[in-house]
Write a protein that binds this ligand. Structure first.
Ligand code: GLN
Length: 454
């Protein structure tokens, strides 16, 4: 009965594209058998989790929420999902997302919007965005449909949906989690990570997900630390950097207050607060929206009607017609916009003016962080400029949508670990998130600061 009630709730939110409860039950049975045999249960033993539908799962439809991949059942398993099954987790189903992970509201999915379980205090029943692109993950966890889920973060897609729905999520250092078997968006930025109710659960799940993988050429060849065992919320002797460029003119009052609260909580936990500067912050968003589409335009060339998923072969058509018809039908509007921007900024006449400039900015942003970390251990800032917006509110204005990623993309461009933790609610009763950005490979420092805030 409880299960059926959950299925009804899940379909109301549209969080799952495919449900696989049998797999979760099998994992639970396997744990029972291990317990009876006196064997270790595994780091994630018996935990039913949601899998963002960007991870290839053997024999289970993997769509990236695109018509292009509808019905595609991979014959292989992504490294990250395999590691989770090896640690004892079971799959409840494949979670909805923005199409090819492009979006900040989960409204670009071919399978329909995901609806946040949150409502404004006095806002009637207006449906809110769960954030994106990991909107199925955030909605399912905040509605308590599953205790944890995978996310991916290219320019904020773990942190922003976590902030919008009052949960926790961490994007580890670039390279910590293998990209093998994860549908590629922007390969130099894509990074998987856990989303869960709290910091401890994220630490446990990240341990299961991370690790060197020879099948990913950018995988970090480093041992996975015992993050859960290392959790410690004591901030004595720690320096918390507050980046002055993030305190923007006209900043949402509630967001500014939550940031001030976070600073006060850090002080109470024993930390020293230091003012830092990240001078190139304002160039991060434009650079991201050149680099990410450029890489996407190249990655998405593989969907040609020959190798994967959809094929539209009109009567008497030649190869070029088939490419055109397949891509016209298979890709959504936002995906097409990205492919066009990406091919434009990479084209011979414009490469130097756009793509090359963006790459230089990326280096300057990374240098800003390196300098700042000479003065502090972690950086504290808001995750997003506002709380969740309503579904439909920003869909007609892509720039307004992109602006929502302003605090998230700098850490992505620099490849740094960054986390969002819940930090109170605004006057409308909607959750706000605070972001902690750490030095490369210092997930422990990030998680510990998250614990101090939580
Ligand atoms: N919202 C950003 C974008 O649309 C980030 C997406 C992501 O991190 N996958 O590109």
């Amino acid at each position: 009965e409880a299960f059926n009630a959950n299925v009804a709730a899940a379909s109301a939110l549209n969080a799952f594209i495919v449900a696989t409860p049998e797999a979760a039950v099998d994992a639970a049975k396997a744990v029972d058998a291990k317990r009876a045999a006196g064997q270790p249960l595994g780091k994630m033993g018996g935990v039913p989790i949601g899998m963002k539908d960007l991870f290839a799962t053997t024999g289970v439809q993997t769509t990236a929420a695109s018509h292009m991949l509808e019905g595609f059942k991979p014959q292989y398993e992504s490294t990250v999902s395999q590691k989770l099954w090896d640690a004892g987790a079971g799959m409840l189903g494949k979670l909805n997302l923005d199409q090819f992970a492009m979006g900040s509201s989960n409204e670009t999915s071919f399978f329909g919007n995901v609806i946040s379980p949150w409502r404004r205090k006095d806002g009637g029943n207006a449906a809110l965005a769960p954030g994106g692109s990991s909107g199925g993950s955030s909605a399912a966890i905040s509605a308590r449909l599953c205790p944890a889920a995978t996310g991916t973060d290219t320019g904020g897609s773990i942190r922003q949906p976590a902030a919008f729905t009052g949960i926790t999520g961490i994007k580890p250092t670039y390279g910590r989690c293998s990209r093998w078997g994860v549908v590629a968006f922007a390969s130099s930025l894509d990074q998987a990570g856990p989303m869960a109710r709290d910091t401890r659960d994220c630490a446990i799940m990240l341990e299961a997900m991370a690790g060197f993988d020879p099948k990913d050429s950018t995988s970090l060849d480093m041992p996975v630390p015992e993050w859960e065992a290392g959790l410690n919320p004591d901030m004595k002797g720690k320096k918390i950097g507050i980046p002055r460029e993030y305190r923007m003119d006209g900043m949402d009052e509630d967001v500014a207050k939550s940031w001030d609260d976070g600073i006060a909580w850090m002080k109470a936990a024993g930390a020293e607060i230091v003012d830092i500067s990240l001078p190139h912050t304002k160039y991060a968003l434009p650079a991201y929206y050149i680099i990410a589409p450029a890489e996407a335009s190249s990655n998405l060339a593989r969907y040609d009607g020959v190798r994967y998923g959809l094929r539209d072969l009109p009567e008497g058509a030649g190869l070029q017609d088939m490419y055109a018809a397949t891509r016209a039908e298979g890709f959504g509007a936002e995906v097409k916009r990205r492919i066009m921007i990406g091919t434009y900024v990479l084209s011979a006449g414009f490469y130097d003016a756009y793509y090359n400039q963006a790459q230089k900015i990326r280096t300057l942003i990374a240098q800003d962080f390196a300098k700042a970390f000479e003065q502090c251990d972690v950086i504290l800032a808001p995750t997003c400029p506002t709380a969740a917006f309503a579904l439909g509110e920003k869909m007609s204005d892509p720039l307004a949508m992109y602006l929502n990623d302003v605090f998230a993309v700098p850490a992505s461009l620099a490849g740094l670990p960054a986390m969002s933790v819940p930090a109170g609610v605004n006057r409308e009763g909607l959750p706000l998130g605070l972001q902690i950005i750490g030095k490369a490979f210092d997930e422990q420092g990030v998680l510990n600061a998250g614990l101090a805030i939580e």
